[in-house]
Design a protein around this ligand. Structure first.
Ligand SMILES: [Zn+2]
Length: 355
């Protein structure tokens, strides 16, 4: 595992890491926050005059240095009393910038960008539960972690057993390989999570409806909602897209969410005119292979959860929403891992992959 991957692992999952913060990096933040929080009480116990609640000038440079914040120059730049959360977030932010600066390749830069998109890290915060289907098997998890951290899945490139194209060591070909039904299975798995949630919300959803658009055999709705906002029907079209594929990776390295934008535009181009003519709202539900969700995808998930909550099942909106995002995340990553595992090379053990 490279230093770069280790550094990535020390970030919070919301920044593309594994929530394994480096203790030596965050210890000063914990110490200073603790001193700051306990200071008033200590002064009270010792009968001292309470300090005005600002930091001494001398504390700012080492604190700014520890948090790698060049914009902290004077005490008033920093909120007092100090909170470890604030300081650690600043350290995380600085670590993420360090990760971007030290990227060895365009791919790793795109990986860092895409794995820090909203909801990309959801899969790492799921409480594993076999009864709820919120679990990954060991081999699945190892593949996912390798892809997440930029650790090679294989020691050498090989011929993909499903399509005979070149399969790369990081699994980028494999996660988008259309050589068998695995990609469709992943798509359908994500679709079914949305469909089930819409059922729970009593939205009357149907799957893959034919004939929605007159004189057309297209199916613009993976999930069709007959009565969506303002009573209009809506066609949800699910699309999973890899930001690390050859055509997108160069821009994805510098533009966060580039693949999501491409996916949305792709779906709108193919479905919007026909949906509009039929009076149907066209909603692309786009998900990156690293878990990042398009803005409209997040909105529709939250809207469905609100509708579920309104049904009065006794589960609060926050828990319902978190569960749906987690279900989406696990269905996606399980689908990814199936694509990788079904395409493992059949080489001698000495030349087999890392996983
Ligand atoms: Zn293939």
């Amino acid at each position: 595992m490279s230093d770069w991957s280790w550094l990535k692992a020390t970030l919070p999952s919301s920044c593309g890491g594994l929530n394994l913060r480096c203790a030596s990096l965050h210890a000063p933040a914990a110490f200073l926050a603790s001193c700051s929080q306990a200071g008033p009480l200590v002064e009270q116990i010792l009968g001292l005059t309470p300090s005005p609640g600002i930091l001494p000038e001398s504390v700012v440079p080492p604190l700014a240095s520890a948090a790698a914040r060049s914009d902290w120059r004077v005490p008033c730049d920093i909120d007092v009393p100090l909170h470890q959360r604030t300081l650690s977030l600043a350290i995380d932010e600085a670590t993420f910038q360090q990760l971007l600066v030290s990227t060895p390749t365009t791919r790793s830069r795109a990986l860092a960008r895409s794995s820090s998109l909203p909801h990309a890290g959801d899969w790492l915060n799921v409480m594993p539960s076999t009864s709820l289907g919120l679990h990954l098997h060991d081999r699945e998890f190892r593949c996912c972690i390798s892809y997440w951290l930029g650790v090679p899945l294989h020691s050498i490139p090989y011929s993909c057993p499903e399509c005979q194209c070149s399969a790369d060591i990081f699994g980028d070909h494999q996660v988008g390989c259309g050589g068998s039904g695995d990609r469709i299975t992943r798509h359908n798995s994500v679709r079914d999570v949305i469909f089930s949630a819409a059922q729970s919300a009593a939205l009357g959803p149907t799957k893959e409806v034919l004939g929605l658009v007159a004189s057309s055999q297209t199916r613009p709705a993976d999930v069709y909602l007959p009565h969506w906002t303002s009573g209009r029907p809506a066609a949800l079209d699910i699309h999973v897209i890899s930001p690390l594929q050859e055509q997108l990776v160069a821009v994805a390295a510098f533009t966060p969410g580039h693949a999501l934008q491409v996916g949305v535009q792709r779906k709108l181009a193919s479905n919007l005119p026909s949906c509009r003519s039929a009076g149907i709202e066209c909603i692309p539900v786009v998900v990156e292979t690293l878990g990042g969700l398009a803005h409209d995808t997040i909105t529709i998930v939250k809207d469905i959860c609100r509708a579920i909550s309104d049904r009065g099942y006794g589960i609060d909106l926050h828990s319902t929403t978190r569960h749906l995002f987690h279900s989406l995340a696990i269905s996606l990553w399980r689908g990814n891992s199936t694509l990788w595992l079904h395409r493992f090379p059949t080489l001698p053990p000495s030349r087999d992959g890392v996983v």
